[in-house]
Design a protein around this ligand. Structure first.
Ligand code: SAM
Length: 660
């Protein structure tokens, strides 16, 4: 048999050591493993050139220097358990097997896997297990791994592989358009849901083909012309980003025409106090209303939004009505951006038949006392006897109307079972009334019935809130979704809705920690499950600026500075792309979409912002391209301007809902 040990030592000295690989374990392993045993017959004499060589099934044995580099990047140590994706000839697995305790290696071509298996047997390498299959899904039964090396180039780091890393584990993978050069990426798992990423420069590999890699059909041109030259993720985002014009420019809304054929378009926000998010949603909604959307359903309490609805649809307000949105957080809807949109909607509706008008509805359940009052007010007017019964039924909730969050504790005692029954009975009565009087009393009856539904949901919500956990969240979001369904039904067969709510309600919960860790569902998920492709989920994000928020629940509104986004977040990728404001439509670039499946942090600011504990309080792990269908970006944002007492004196109509 040919003795090539001299050539092997020379290769290690010249091509590996002198090029900067100094890890003694790696150098020793490469002196030991006979590379000539891993090349096809006839290629032995080239085994110690520093280049890749062809093997069966159109694949290659990797260049020795790259094998050494990847093993060094993966920081493999004695005692480690390592996964390799792309066994190929088996050479890299053999080298690693001389260093670590156990190597698991997966190859998609059965012939290659079998040849490699025979080679390991022949050489007596017993700590290597070979499997035929799609390595992008990893090897879950053997996880977690201290290191994972992927020997083929994929569009992104597969989520399954990242999840199969131990904390502290390293994944090394070539990423990018496989027809061209890729970047060698190192991903380190730093915590249960956190990862860091480092780029080690250009390489060239055969494609990683599989569920979380490239498609098998040989069509590698899924990435467009621009992304082929832009391989860094921020560059890929820049190439796919569609810059947004001014809010008042009709071109702003027109960019969203692609969603006009959907049944529901859900528009998120990354905080409840950012002006740009409201103005963008207003511009998009104005355009969608022109396309025939007649429902604007927002994350506001039903009875409060009903006051706006009466205003925008030129309907009479009840003789006595409390100005809406008086409870914390008032700035969320009582702000100048919402007021401007509301005025536009009123003008839009002015000359239209009622059924063509666009209504403004609230999906949320917090204003239980407002809903009780609205049910009673309606019944007082149309059926005083029924009003007396309803008053009695709601009586058991009265002590908690102003502080419903304390209701849960009281509801633990048996006496309150009756309360649940009473509010449910009232809800059923209102539904029966709605059926009986179908076609009459239209909007007023819909309003009262929805309020009765809301009281029943709110009673359960506050009861379950006492126990904590996901149940009360799920109840709230299910109520919001069902309200949307009722609205679509009530507004006619082909009715279409725009929804405005926080990203946490809009982005599909299954692809965020809400679903994966806390078992929570949300409006976005329920819409996808119900409407499929007829639902568009659009998230919003920002890097820095100011936001209107409180420090504690019920606290006063402050204008706070938003910290620049974290280096390991999706926001930072958007920031690094260098475009100030844009729409990113994931369906336009399959290569980018696949890369945005990777789990990363995303920032969620609600009505409370605590920059001091930002990571813990506001960031969560998500897969952006699964959470949303598109993302709207404003790099620098500003706080909303709340509407204060000065609005009482501006000569607006008596019915103006924001008058104080
Ligand atoms: N480590 C190998 C060596 O040193 O010989 C080099 C492997 S070659 C560059 C890449 C291999 O990855 C090919 O054999 C290819 O069939 C395989 N491959 C591509 N996609 C795969 C997938 N999803 N799962 C498993 N193997 C895959």
């Amino acid at each position: 048999m040919l003795d090539l040990s001299r050539e092997r030592n020379r290769m290690v000295d010249v091509h590996i050591s002198r090029r900067g690989i100094h890890d003694r374990e790696i150098l020793q392993a490469m002196r030991e493993v006979p590379r000539e045993a891993f090349v096809d017959p006839g290629f032995e004499e080239f085994a110690y050139e520093d280049g890749p060589l062809p093997i069966a099934d159109g694949q290659t044995i990797s260049q020795p220097y790259i094998v050494a580099l990847m093993i060094e990047m993966a920081e493999v140590r004695p005692g480690d358990h390592v996964l390799e994706v792309g066994t190929g000839s088996g050479y890299a697995a053999a080298v690693m097997s001389r260093i670590v305790e156990h190597v698991y290696t997966i190859e998609r071509h059965p012939g290659l896997a079998e040849t490699a298996r025979r080679r390991f047997d022949k050489l007596g390498y017993r700590n290597i297990e070979v499997r035929t299959g799609d390595g992008t899904k990893g090897w879950p039964e053997a996880a977690p791994f201290d290191a994972i090396i992927v020997a083929a180039g994929g569009p992104g780091a597969p989520a399954a592989l990242q999840e199969q890393l131990d904390v502290g584990g390293r994944l090394v993978i070539p990423i990018g358009d496989e027809q061209d050069e890729q970047r060698l990426l190192k991903v380190v798992r730093t915590g249960a849901a956190t990862y860091t990423e480092e780029d080690f420069g250009g390489v060239r590999f055969v494609p990683l083909i599989g569920e979380q890699g490239w498609p098998e059909n040989g069509d590698r041109t899924v990435t467009d012309r621009l992304t082929r030259t832009a391989r860094r993720l921020p560059d890929m985002i820049a190439a796919a980003a569609e810059p947004l014009p001014d809010f008042d420019d009709p071109a702003f809304g027109e960019l969203f025409d692609r969603f006009a054929d959907r049944r529901v378009v859900l528009l998120g926000e990354a905080s409840h106090g950012t002006s740009e998010f409201y103005r963008a949603r207003a511009a998009i909604t104005r355009r969608l209303v022109e396309h025939g959307f007649t429902i604007v359903a927002v994350e506001a309490d039903w009875p409060d939004a009903a006051a706006i609805d009466r205003y925008v649809r030129h309907r009479l307000s009840p003789a006595s009505f409390d100005p809406p949105f008086q409870r914390f957080p008032t700035w969320m809807w009582r702000n100048t951006d919402v007021a401007a949109f509301v005025d536009w909607l009123r003008r839009h509706n002015e000359k239209l038949e009622p059924f063509r008008q666009t209504g403004f509805y609230g999906l949320d359940i917090y204003n239980m006392s407002g809903s009780i009052a609205a049910v009673l007010q309606y019944l007082d007017r149309v059926d005083p006897q029924a009003a007396a019964i309803a008053r009695e039924r709601y009586g058991c909730l009265t002590p908690w109307q102003n502080e419903p969050s304390t209701y849960g504790r009281a509801a633990l005692t048996d006496g309150y079972k009756d309360c649940e029954k009473a509010v449910l009975q009232q809800c059923r009565d209102m539904l029966a009334r709605q059926l009986e009087r179908a076609g009459q009393d239209g909007a007023d009856l819909l309003d009262a019935t929805q309020n009765a539904r809301l009281v029943a949901s709110a009673e359960r919500y506050y009861r379950t809130m006492y126990y904590g956990g996901s149940q009360s969240w799920n109840l709230r979001d299910t109520h919001m979704f069902e309200t949307l369904e009722h609205l679509l039904e009530a507004r006619g067969q082909n009715a279409k809705a725009v929804v405005w709510a926080h990203n946490s309600h809009i982005g599909d919960a299954r692809y965020t920690e809400m679903g994966t860790v806390r078992d929570e569902v949300n409006v976005g998920q329920l819409c996808r499950e119900r409407f499929g492709d007829e639902a568009a989920l659009i998230g919003f994000g920002t890097h820095s600026g100011t936001v209107a928020a409180a420090s504690d629940w019920d606290g006063k509104m402050e204008v706070k500075s938003i910290r620049p986004s974290r280096g390991d977040s999706y926001e930072r990728l958007c920031h690094d792309c260098g475009i100030a404001r844009f729409l990113l439509d994931f369906s336009r670039d399959e290569g980018l979409r696949r890369r945005l499946l990777e789990r990363r942090l995303e920032r969620f600011i609600g009505v409370i912002y605590r920059p001091e504990t930002e990571l813990h309080s506001h960031y969560a792990d998500v897969s952006l391209a699964q959470q949303f269908d598109a993302f709207v970006w404003f790099d620098e944002t500003t706080a909303v301007t709340p509407i204060g007492p000065e609005h009482a004196a501006t000569g607006v109509p008596d019915t103006y809902p924001f008058g104080l």
